[in-house]
Design a protein around this ligand. Sequence first.
Ligand code: ITT
Length: 200
Amino acid sequence: MKSVIYLATQNQHKIDEIKDLLGDLFDFRTVFELGLQTEIPETGSTLQENSMQKAEFIARHFGGISCLADDSGLEVDALGGAPGVYSARYAGESKSDAANVAKLLQELATTANRNARFVTVLTLHHQGQFYVFEGEIHGQITEEPRGSNGFGYDPVFMPEGKDLTFAEISMAEKNQLAHRARALQKFKKFVDESRIFQQD
Ligand code: ITT
């Protein structure tokens, strides 16, 4: 039987990517199914702090469950690592993908150095313990948005070695190489090796 893990995220795109990659192996459920009405807090100053905070919040609210949180960000070299931990709210509290992308392109309008990386920090909370997994991918910020797949900064992020943005490739292709997928592969390897879910 598949182990039940609640995804401590309210971002449907993350849920889709996680299920697409590992949904055959785990019974992923959402906080929407738990009836969570409030926004999961994320007040830390690093991706890891936020990731652990989200996992702890859900674990504390709904005792006795295993949950997996995701905090991710885009770090742009020419902007000193911004928007980073503030990626979701870069252009304001509305968390608008279009506004965030527009602000990023504006900030880089006269900048030749387009190097950037996406980072994901996953936190598994299981039986009172935290387990953290990180994944990253390097790439370039394009001059203009391209493509309509994905979410967030996908239309302006071109991973190293590709001529297409994340928004111009399918979710399955993104899941072969992206930051979240890399962190999820580490999570899967750890679960396989530690067998923590088989002790339930
Ligand atoms: P939860 O906190 O509920 O998980 P969120 O959207 O607020 O959802 P984050 O705090 O991790 O998630 O925000 C990260 C932001 O970074 C997200 O809103 C996107 O704008 C961007 N982002 C994260 N992963 C991305 C990806 O794979 N592709 C494109 N943009 C991404």
